[in-house]
Design a protein around this ligand. Structure first.
Ligand code: DC
Length: 219
């Protein structure tokens, strides 16, 4: 049986940074489920579909073939065969991913893919509904969070480092809106699973969080 670690939490809590480090240390596969929702969002944006066009989203998401591959240990998301890793990390795509991920048809398609990956291999998987819905039997579940100001600051620095123009107040506003949408949607909203361990990383360094999760795995 494969060993699964589920990490959920709001935008900018540090899930992917932490999950990647844990995967490396334990030689597990890292699965970034947000990237799959982002690839779907990119597909919908390219089709000119707006977040509120629910029926169009349901009908069109079937045409998106999303798969993941690994190149030099990095997850690569393929959208109808095209490597879209370099195109999905924008605020526009993130906001569309949050809006379109409320759609049941989008979720059904991507959850199936995520469950198949976790059945075949030991994984560290991060997202919003991993502990509650995708991998309810995961051996270790973590709910990683931090205050919205801290998360906005981290996102701001990430974008600045990439040379993107951004405004800190707008980023925090987007984060608050995204949290609200992710936490209040009808299908698999973001929430802490009953058996998940809460880690607030507001005042913790990356390595402290990684160590805390590794200790949970050793228990
Ligand atoms: O983690 P992220 O910022 O890359 O995720 C983008 C959006 O995708 C997020 O706002 C909500 C959605 N998402 C989801 O609904 N379920 C997941 N397991 C992962 C992401």
């Amino acid at each position: 049986m494969s060993y699964n670690i589920a990490i959920d939490g709001p935008a900018g809590a540090g899930k992917s940074t932490i999950a990647k480090k844990i995967a490396k240390q334990l030689q597990f596969i890292y699965v970034d489920t947000g990237a799959m929702y982002r690839a779907m969002a990119l597909f919908l944006i390219r089709k000119g579909i707006r977040p509120e066009e629910t029926e169009k989203i349901s009908a069109t998401c079937e045409e998106a073939d999303i798969t993941i591959a690994y190149e030099n240990g990095e997850q690569v998301v393929l959208l109808n065969g095209e490597n879209v890793n370099g195109l999905i990390r924008t605020e526009e795509v993130g906001n569309m991913a949050s809006a379109s991920s409320v759609n049941g048809d989008v979720r059904k398609k991507l959850v199936k893919l995520q469950q198949e990956l976790a059945r075949k291999a030991d994984v560290v998987m991060d997202g919003r509904d991993i502990g509650t819905c995708v991998l309810p039997d995961a051996q270790v579940k973590v709910y990683l969070t931090a205050g919205s100001a801290v998360r906005a600051q981290r996102r701001y620095q990430e974008l600045m480092a990439k040379g993107e123009q951004c405004d800190l107040a707008k980023i925090e506003q987007d984060i608050i809106e995204r949290d609200h949408r992710d936490m209040t949607r009808e299908i698999s909203p973001l929430r802490q699973a009953e058996d998940a361990v809460l880690i607030d990383s507001s005042e913790m360094g990356i390595d402290d969080v990684v160590d805390a999760v590794i200790r949970l795995c050793e228990r």
